[in-house]
Design a protein around this ligand. Structure first.
Ligand code: ADP
Ligand code: ZN
Length: 433
């Protein structure tokens, strides 16, 4: 019988046993990290040794690691082993500042490929699939990370890379691609490229999309699924934790299983740094358990999410993360109100008259914060009455969600500048003063 699981023993491991495995791996990771000039003195000061770890709660004794630590030790200052054993480096996309460098041994790369292959298997991809990757093959982990994993799965892989939508359209059509890896904003753009060629994406061979790397709402996912007539699965990864392959939805599409054999998961209140009760939102803090070149302890991802309570019907025992609200540094404070871009997206996506691109601009006008939301129309129209009513309705619904009244501007296709990589949703002009 064909298994439902890539690694049934690990994926369905009873929680007690899984915790035991985590403890063993944490001890091993501490031993490795004693070779890190960054961690060694901290461990000494806090009396952290492999033997001092008795339970998973001992994680609370560890120091936090932040993006700033990675920057201040740039490029190799956190490495736990000598560079002769390191075979590759990657860096984050630098969405929120200078990039950071992550090192990998051959074993790290193998484990990473295996975790992402497991993730692909989890959403139903098999060696019979043809997987086309739309991520850039450079420092960004979405390129090579997906490539090696798809090969590990045994699928036929099309390393088409970022950009050039016409070429993607041709490859999908010619090769009969069954699965795509892309960021959600590109899933929309590629669908538009098909439509421009007079091909309905629903009539292509694509049945599965792996979407991730940027926050997106459930409504956005539904849109992508309808556009493509395919299933779109939310996939979470970050360079610091290796890249894609950290957590993925199963076919239930209800939360992303985070592979706990590889990570210790904490959800903490970002201010007090104390754990929040299960089900409540907080900052995701991760400890690597299966990496040797550059293990990270209690890494503050700044991503806001929660653990979904209860068991998953798929049989996997690894905890599920809720859809991300965004990063703590995505939060905008406008007129004293805390707002996340994803709240605005959620409302905009409810309007079928709108396409998927939007841009939020915040500026100071007469000493007051003003927010403008530009949203792209799905179809051009010069019926001003209709446009007026539509923008009124959008303003009203946005106001009930974010509690302030934005200026809503409906714009034609192509007016909102498109970014090469992850979509830029907010233009905060206040910070430039
Ligand atoms: P950068 O931090 O420069 O963007 P990465 O490419 O490592 O570099 O991106 C990791 C970040 O991308 C995560 O911390 C998270 O904010 C975001 N991200 C990744 N996957 C998802 C997802 N499925 N949903 C929401 N956000 C995601
Ligand atoms: Zn599941």
């Amino acid at each position: 019988m064909v298994s439902k699981f890539w690694n049934a023993e690990i994926e369905t491991m009873p929680r007690k046993k899984l915790e035991q495995l985590q403890i063993e791996r944490l001890k091993k990771t501490v031993e490795i990290a004693m070779g890190s000039p960054f961690y060694a003195p901290k461990f000494k000061e806090l009396s952290i040794t492999p033997d001092s770890i008795k339970s998973i709660e001992d994680i609370r004794r560890f120091p936090f690691t932040t993006k700033n630590d990675l920057r201040s030790t740039y490029p190799f200052g956190i490495a736990s082993i000598s560079l002769d054993r390191v075979v590759r480096l990657h860096s984050s996309s630098g969405t929120t500042g200078n990039p950071t460098v992550i090192l990998h041994t051959q074993r790290d790369l193998d484990e990473w490929a295996d975790a992402m292959a497991r993730s692909m298997y989890c959403i139903g991809l098999r060696n019979t699939d043809i997987i086309q990757n739309t991520s850039g093959y450079g420092m960004f982990t979405g390129g090579l990370g997906i490539q090696y994993a798809a090969e590990r799965l045994g699928a036929l892989t099309v390393p088409a890379g970022a950009g050039n939508s016409k070429r993607h359209v041709k490859f999908i059509t010619d090769f009969g691609t069954t699965a795509l890896h892309c960021i959600p904003s590109y899933a929309n753009r590629l669908a538009a490229a098909f439509l421009e060629e007079g091909i309905d994406p629903r009539n292509t061979t694509v049945r599965t999309l792996i979407i991730g790397a940027e926050p997106h709402s459930e409504a956005q996912r539904k849109r992508i699924e309808e556009l493509w007539g395919a299933k779109a699965y939310n996939n979470f990864g970050m360079s610091e934790m290796c890249g894609p392959g950290v957590a993925i939805e199963c076919r239930e599409q209800n939360g992303m299983h985070i592979w706990e054999d590889n990570y210790i998961v904490e959800i903490l209140d970002p201010d007090t740094l104390q754990p929040v009760p299960e089900g409540e939102q907080g900052e995701l803090v991760l400890t690597t358990l299966n990496r040797e070149a550059m293990p990270l302890f209690r890494y503050r991802t700044r991503d806001l999410t929660s653990i979904l309570p209860g068991d998953c019907p798929c049989g996997r025992t690894h905890k599920r993360l809720a859809r991300f609200q965004g990063r703590s540094d995505d939060m905008m404070i406008v007129k004293g109100v805390n707002i996340y871009p994803i709240q605005i997206e959620k409302i905009l996506m409810q309007f079928p008259q709108l396409a998927s691109d939007y841009l939020i601009t915040i500026e100071t006008i007469d000493d007051n914060d003003e927010m403008t939301v530009e949203a792209e129309l799905a179809q051009a129209t010069d019926d001003y009455g209709l446009l007026r009513n539509l923008s009124k309705e959008i303003t009203y619904r946005l106001k009930s969600e974010i509690l302030i009244t934005p200026i809503v501007k409906l714009v034609g296709k192509g007016v909102i500048p498109q970014s090469e990589g992850k979509a830029k949703r907010v233009n905060d002009l206040r910070k430039n003063f």
